[in-house]
Design a protein around this ligand. Sequence first.
Ligand code: FES
Length: 58
Amino acid sequence: MYVCNCNGLTKRQVREAIEKRPRDVEAVYRYHDCQPQCGRCVPEVREMLAEARETEAA
Ligand code: FES
């Protein structure tokens, strides 16, 4: 399932980036050598980051 259609990033790829470099939204795109284009996916990526942080803190 795609999170970012502009860059063809799947949910699995976003999760993988978060696991490796969970710092911020930009780092997720940088991990896959791309950057946000239309920005529609940014809220979802941000949410996935927040969820990962919550899980980490728990
Ligand atoms: S859907 Fe990700 S930048 Fe457009």
